[in-house]
Design a binder for this molecule. Sequence first.
Ligand code: G3H
Length: 485
Amino acid sequence: MFKDIIKNNVYPNFIDGKWVTTEQTIDVISPIDGKLVGKTSAMSQDDVDRATASNLEAYKTWRNTDLMERGEIIIKAADILEENAEMISDIMVTEIAKGKKDALKEIVRTAFIMRQTVEYGKQLYNKILRGDETTPGAKNTICVTRRDPLGIVLSIAPFNYPVNLSGSKLAPALMTGNVVLFKPPSQGAISALHLVRAFELAGVPKGVINTAMGRGSVIGDYLGSHKDVRMINLTASSDVGHTVAKASGMVSMIMELGGKDPAIVLEDADMDLTVSQIVGGAFSYSGQRCTAVKRVFVLDHMADDLAKRLKAKVETLTVGSPWDNCTVTHVINEKSADFIMSLVEDAKAKGATILTGDKREGNLIQPTLIDHVTTDMKIAWEEPFGPVLPIIRVKSIEEAIELSNQSEFGLQASVFTRDINKAMTIADRLEAGSVQINNAPSRGPDHFPFSGVKNSGIGVQGIQYSLEAMTQVKATILNIKSSDL
Ligand code: G3H
């Protein structure tokens, strides 16, 4: 897809319908072997201004383009993306060490989300309200609503889903008539640029999507506080979310940030299901998912049994190359591996028991299960974003709920039980955007609402929720005066 565009292995920015290379570049290094995958062009603040100027020019026309026309471009881009899934997933494997099958699934899921976004986007119905629905004597006041686009949507995607969490931002923004300033993840940028190329090949008009790759230290704050940006849609760590929120001022936001999703296991749970959901939920893509299970709460008297079962399951996980579809592969970079291991060291020093794992070779960390984790340990509260799962033994379900809610995060939570009444009661009390009953935390199905509370985010994603969030309801009010005919 990039054959005639790439020179010297440098992937340019896409600005005003052209691929533009800058002097400064950023190396994209494979987590697997430390080799260079490619380079990306790094923008200056002036380059960002050129991109936003182009966005604003394109917005004048794009916002008035027929819905069907916008939808056709998105569907065509989804088709192109899917036709190239094999090739793009190969890049994703090299770039972020995601298992080949999962990388392929990510691309297929993205194409699906894009098509569904068009379907839902056609149904963003407008309303007509009569004044006397609430106000006596206001019969002749009629309100006609319309969903208007917002303008430039700054879309910032993370490394762990470089295509999917880009497509799920770009498609609703474009469908609702917005234009996009797209900041791909530094690691994962090459995969993400293929999505932009798919939109280009599908015929998206110039300036409707511009990219903004560059060093966070040079353009990060500048992008977040840019005067022309009207909405920020971001998936990142909570720290990045806070920094962007501080810089941004009064703009609309959807932010999906960190999580410390608890799994609470009750006595009557189906243990086989519970164990497989917890282990899958904690360790898939090496735990580098915001929705990974990041702590297990279990009652004292059943903890030995659950710990034994979890250990047995964790020890069946495949570890190694993403090309072999291993569940646990190299984490994204050395800094991340250092941080993950520092949490394990802290827990060990404070008396936790390692049931399995605790071995590292470069960026490859063996899946690590830690028992007897207590609240003085960092791993009880911090998000490792790696293949490490702490077990916290509690005296009561009440204590599990309290400790769950003491977290700074509140993305998702899981409750494992056969008792629907208990499940619903616990779910009601958990401070989280979503609670899964008898399942690992998960963002999909993609038309479900997905949100976080506290440091886990702002706003609600999900196909129709993202579409709605990217529009402003405009009201035109007819005041009809009776006249003699
Ligand atoms: O990492 C954040 C993603 O939104 C999680 O998505 O639950 O589909 O893995 P997922």
